[in-house]
Write a protein that binds this ligand. Structure first.
Ligand SMILES: [Cu+2]
Length: 125
């Protein structure tokens, strides 16, 4: 082996090493928590959550934004800590809940429950 090909091999080794170390740090870094937005009331004024079903991961936050046909609220039966029972009156008012356990969490808007204003948050582990 001459000097030049030896240098190329060392160089390749260093590049591979840097790549392995780099990917280790990427995978060791836990996925950052996300915030997903759900509209309260469709743009067309329908009494729905949009999107109706949202899938997130543990540690993520759902932000509900007053869009149309308010006031609205957020009620998770049996989960006071996730609920926002006080009616959101103002345009663009925001309500937030962070989901720290996996599972399926159904909720509704109490003034519009009869009209079918309900949704579900699926929290994947
Ligand atoms: Cu509502």
């Amino acid at each position: 082996m001459n000097i030049s090909s030896f240098a190329k091999k060392v160089n390749l080794l260093l590049v591979s090493f840097a790549f392995i170390v780099g990917s280790f740090f990427l995978s060791a870094n836990p996925a950052a928590a996300d915030t997903v937005t759900v509209k309260m009331g469709s743009d067309g004024g329908q009494l729905v959550f949009e999107p109706k079903v949202v899938t997130i991961k543990v540690g993520d936050t759902v932000k509900w934004v007053n869009n149309k046909a308010f006031p609205h609220n957020i009620v998770f039966d049996g989960h006071e800590e996730l609920s926002h029972k006080k009616l959101a009156q103002k345009p663009k008012a925001e309500l937030e809940s962070t989901f720290n356990e996996a599972g399926e969490f159904a909720y509704y808007c109490s003034p519009h429950r009869g009209a079918g204003m309900a949704g579900k948050i699926i929290v994947a582990s």
